[in-house]
Design a protein around this ligand. Structure first.
Ligand SMILES: Cc1cc2nc3c(=O)[nH]c(=O)nc-3n(C[C@H](O)[C@H](O)[C@H](O)COP(=O)(O)OP(=O)(O)OC[C@H]3O[C@@H](n4cnc5c(N)ncnc54)[C@H](O)[C@@H]3O)c2cc1C
Length: 271
């Protein structure tokens, strides 16, 4: 069976500067016929920009199945394949390739609370998850708003739905983060719940250890994902989380085991 993801050609129809380091790109066009959301609120696609053959992964901020419009919100950092492309206002009209979406958020049925933590790259997923949570049946056990912590150089006050209780913090510097301190300082609610987090990979590995060793959270109670790898050099090859996720699921692995495999594959792809 092929593990190659379905690909779709899409045209940039709008580009909007949401903040100094954050750009919204809206894709549309006949090439997106057949594209369908998984409905999993942290779903992502692979994105290949013109002149490149390597993908980078972006959360589906929204998919309009009527207008066939796919919205991605992209962090523009110092340098990178997609960063340098998205930073250019002239990208409107250009054609890119996206892959079928995949997602890993899995709120347990009996979860009584939901905590979300992340950096700017995690903000689109945290917004999607919050919207999804607000649309859940009032009959479900979980009926509160998520509690969110965001570490970002810019505070985007109107980006997250008003239903969420949000704490913003500024990273100590461009290439460091204090998210571990944020997680260690959480006043954990009582009962069963779900913790979702994404950010720089080595920090996420440390946070998984903290959740397992210090908080004794069972693996189904959290999903902690390395979204990008720090380091001075351009990454030679991004590792597609899609096949690793599909194969892990088929092998009966937990989300945590799958994301650990993904971290390992990213390390092996490094120079
Ligand atoms: C499932 C998933 C969902 C994601 N969703 C989003 C999303 O919605 N929006 C989003 O912006 N990103 C998202 N990311 C992260 C994004 O894929 C990476 O940040 C990616 O490396 C950016 O590609 P690039 O071509 O700009 O930089 P690359 O060519 O990959 O990297 C160039 C250099 O930039 C550094 N770098 C990469 N990302 C960052 C960063 N965020 N901040 C500072 N330095 C960085 C690298 O260490 C490297 O040195 C997601 C990742 C995953 C796995």
């Amino acid at each position: 069976m092929s593990t190659r993801a379905q690909q779709y050609a899409a045209v940039v129809v709008r580009r909007e500067q949401l903040a100094e380091h954050f750009v919204r790109v809206v894709l549309a066009g006949d090439g997106l016929v057949g594209f369908a959301s998984t409905g999993i609120p942290d779903e992502w696609v692979g994105l290949i920009v013109p002149g490149q053959f390597q993908s980078r992964y972006y959360t589906v901020r929204s998919w309009d199945a009527v207008a066939h419009e796919l919205t991605l919100d992209i962090v523009v950092h110092d340098h990178g394949l997609v960063t340098e492309w998205a930073a250019r206002p002239e990208i409107v009209g250009e054609t890119v390739t996206v892959t079928d979406p995949k997602g890993s958020f899995a709120l347990p049925e009996d979860a009584a609370w939901l905590l979300l933590v992340g950096d700017l790259t995690a903000l689109p997923a945290m917004a999607r998850i919050t919207e999804w949570a607000a649309g859940r049946s009032p009959a479900s056990k979980w009926s509160q708003s998520p509690r969110i912590w965001v570490e970002s150089p810019e505070v985007l006050t109107t980006y997250l739905p008003v239903t969420a209780e949000v704490s913003w913090s500024i990273p100590p510097s461009d290439d460091s983060s204090d998210l571990a301190t944020v997680v260690e300082g959480i006043d954990w609610p009582d009962g069963e719940g779900y913790f979702w987090m994404a950010g720089e990979s080595s920090q996420m590995r440390a946070i998984r250890k903290h959740l397992m060793r210090d908080r004794s959270l069972p693996s189904h109670a959290y999903d902690v994902m390395g979204y990008w790898r720090g380091g001075a050099v351009r990454q030679p090859r991004a590792v597609d989380p899609g096949p690793i996720y599909r194969e892990g699921r088929a092998a009966g692995l937990s989300d945590q085991q799958i994301w650990e495999r993904y971290d390992q594959a990213q390390q092996e792809a490094s120079p």
